[in-house]
Design a protein around this ligand. Structure first.
Ligand SMILES: *Cc1c(COP(=O)(O)O)cnc(C)c1O
Length: 457
């Protein structure tokens, strides 16, 4: 008997969920089948159907606590971890992160509203975006939400709003520090090609410009250098660069006392991935900022960071049901599932890799078959796994894909008019709905037939 999927047998890191492939509460029952949060996945699918998104509460809470505790441990000043809600935005996520004392970052009125309705305190919300609408900016200012100024257009409108109300308005600015990293590599350039934020070479002009406004008060700096990052050096460099910018701003009379270093810590999607722990990442940034401040005799700013993926990704799994098989002799066998690019656009968009197993045989005992797992959409590229080894499986069996908590539901679509799956929260043997399954008729809700087409028979 040969067992594969050793990731299911690895010791789970409770303190840094981003270092595991599976949610913390994953277990294999006496029947040899997969369960999460004390719930049998087979039973959940019987009750809630598939595809199904599932979030593990303990993994989510441990990730939030890891950021909070590490900041308290390594950063002597005040600090606040802020959840980047674009990774997975819902009333539930807003409630969960605020119950753990985190703030939240939003990039649209929709995300802002979700945060406020979910109970995130206004002063802990930050509003980002490279093209905020007038309505969005006014909404944020009216609700006392911190606006991160991304460009001159933002500044113009904030200046106008503060003049209208004749009130002082605190702002933070986003800049591009000349560090760029996306995956396992990073480059440093004088300025870099990004649609976000002010170029570092423009900052002196910006500082003078802010001085000419009547009511705008520059209080904070923000930078975000990439995502799914496995190296620590880029953030060490970032801390130093940001402190230098504080010093530069001082020459123009600005007292910056908030530093927001963005997010970006990677997670383990497959056994080839080895991200740093949350603790190491926070220690690197805290040390870099603390040292640089000490060197230049600066008071420690309030330190903020904005993790998205590393809070929610490992907590989430997606369950699919196997349908059709197509064997192309000598080439491959396609196994099709009841979801795909509409519930997880990452593989077709970024060629992202994941880990998966059969729910009924998670350890893949006697695996000998290689499959290509295809989605059900009308797109040849709708493939979730190019090649995966699985033991014998048949139509009706369930597949669990790990690490889908971030950038799946939030990037989902209704392509091919496929309704979005339901999302469940599991904890201590209980499962609760946090997002209802859409139905095909829900998708007709916004369709309108002009009258003259209705009159036509
Ligand atoms: C996307 C984003 C984040 C979160 O990035 P992760 O890689 O998910 O941690 C944080 N801040 C900003 C401004 C972002 O755009």
């Amino acid at each position: 008997m040969e067992e594969k999927n050793s990731f299911l047998k690895e010791k789970i890191d409770l303190k840094s969920p981003n270092k595991n492939i599976v949610p913390i509460s994953t277990s294999i029952g006496e029947d040899g089948k997969l369960s999460i949060g004390g719930c049998s996945i087979e039973e959940l699918v019987k009750k809630y159907d598939s595809p199904l998104y599932i979030l593990d509460e303990i993994t989510l809470r441990n990730s939030c606590r890891a950021y909070k505790q590490a900041l308290e441990k390594y950063y002597p000043g005040e600090s606040l971890p802020i959840y980047a809600s674009k990774a997975n935005s819902s009333l539930f996520m807003s409630k969960l992160v605020s119950s753990e004392g985190l703030g939240l970052d939003a990039v649209s009125e929709g995300e802002l509203l979700t945060a406020l309705k979910g109970g995130v305190p206004n002063e802990k919300i930050v509003f980002h975006g490279n093209n905020k609408s007038d309505k969005e900016i006014e909404f944020a200012v009216r609700n006392n939400i911190n606006v991160i100024v991304d460009n001159d257009y933002d500044l113009d409108r904030l200046e106008k709003l503060s003049n209208l109300s004749n009130n002082e308005l605190e702002i933070m600015i986003r800049f591009t520090p000349g560090i760029e990293c996306h995956t396992h590599e990073y480059i440093k350039t004088g300025s870099f090609d990004s649609k976000f934020g002010f170029g570092i070479e423009y900052l002196e002009t910006l500082f003078s410009r802010i001085n000419k406004t009547k009511h705008l008060k520059l209080k904070g700096l923000h930078a975000h250098i990439g995502s799914q990052i496995f190296e620590l050096d880029p953030h060490k460099d970032l801390g130093e660069i940001m402190v230098k910018v504080i010093l530069e701003a001082k020459k123009y009379g600005h007292n910056i006392d908030k530093l927001n270093v963005g997010g970006g810590l990677g997670i383990k999607y497959t056994e080839n991935d080895d991200p740093p722990s949350i603790d190491e990442w926070v220690r690197t940034i805290s040390t870099s900022v603390t040292k640089a401040c000490k060197k230049h005799n600066l008071d420690l700013p309030i330190l903020m960071c904005e993790p998205g993926r590393s809070i929610v990704s490992t907590a989430g799994i997606t369950i699919y049901k196997i349908g059709a098989f197509k064997k192309i002799p000598g080439i491959r066998t396609y196994l099709s599932v009841d979801g795909g690019m509409s519930d997880n656009p990452r593989p077709i968009t970024y060629q992202s890799n994941y880990s998966a197993c059969l729910v009924g045989n998670p350890l893949n005992i006697n695996s000998k078959n290689k499959y290509t797992i295809a989605g059900k959409h009308c797109e040849s590229g709708d493939v979730l796994f190019k090649e995966i080894e699985l033991s014998d499986c048949k139509t009706g069996d369930l597949i669990c894909v790990f690490g889908t908590g971030a950038y799946n539901i939030s990037m989902s679509s209704n392509y091919n008019r496929i309704p979005r799956p339901a999302a469940l929260l599991v904890c201590d043997g209980e499962a609760e709905i946090i997002q209802k399954r859409e139905s095909p008729s829900d998708l007709l809700k916004y369709d309108v037939l002009p009258d003259r087409f209705i009159k036509q028979s």
